[in-house]
Design a protein around this ligand. Sequence first.
Ligand code: UT7
Length: 330
Amino acid sequence: MAEAAIGVRIAGLGKSLGENILTNEDLERMVDTSDEWIRTRTGIGTRHIAARQTATSDLALRAARQALDHARLAPSDLDLIIVATVTPDMAFPSVACLLQAELAAGHAAAFDLSAACSGFLYSLDVGARFIQSGRYQHVLVVGAETLSRITDYSDRRTCVLFGDGAGAAVLEPAPAGKGMLSSVLGADGNGRDLMYLPAGGSRRPASMETVQTGLHYIKMNGNEVFKYAVRIMGDVTTQALSGAGLGVADVDLFIPHQANYRIIDATARRLGLPPEKVFVNIERYGNMSAATIPIALREAEEEGRLRDGAIVVLAAFGGGLTWAASVWRW
Ligand code: UT7
């Protein structure tokens, strides 16, 4: 979708990570796997795991404070807080409400958004619309997850993949032509069984039986997700670029969802993007769902890769199925 007259930019970025590190060698002692298999099939070396007492809102709070500092704003400046997560502290209240209280962001409205790994990009789009409509000035968008809490550490097909972290961005108005140039969202609920958490909701409330049969852990058809991811990541990126009137050659930095290095590599090849234009940090963190892209953005900023005027493209896919991409002029 082409953008309106009011631009929306990211004024500040923050990140936080689970306190403990889980290595491939640790996983070798837990399940029948190897460092070699994990590295060659996924590109992952380590992942951060939240300490026992740390919940999603704690990670979100640390990232949010850093993003506000970076934007030189106070919590009282916020009009809206959106948290993208599939691992909230509890079903309700939302993580966004917990965060609003911890930040003392008195007058901000607050809600969570559920779009799995695409959640941060969905939230950026929603936050940007509130600013473009003239309703709000400053929107805090957070992607925060503690996937370790829903990971089965006896299932080698999933437990090697996931980590815990949070990333945050503060949105504010910008001159037209700066900031978000286009954004595309998509979903296909027919793929709902490819990645899901079977129990703990209204369909299958928690019971002795659901706990004993491991239904509170992520279930995933890795092969099918892989195929869909490679196709959709290329398609949604092309759509977002065309919505901004740009082509692949205009891209300075591509920040894809970090789920598997082979998916990132295949997507970049399909698009014709050289490796130096593709941001990759999966080796250190694994897949942190909605938190991967804001954390990558913060690290790209720290590395000086978000220079003024650069064309930056964000793209994600996830459970739902969902997908999204947005194009930014920094
Ligand atoms: O945010 C979105 C979240 N999800 C994803 O993005 C997942 C996308 N999918 C993937 O990343 C990949 O499909 C996986 C990394 C999950 C799996 O890689 P793969 O190359 O598709 O492996 P596979 O599932 O085809 O399994 C190949 C073999 C199987 O053994 P057999 O049946 O051929 O004997 C698996 O049992 O590898 C085995 N295997 C493992 N071996 C060692 C599966 N997991 C492991 C493991 N260590 N951790």
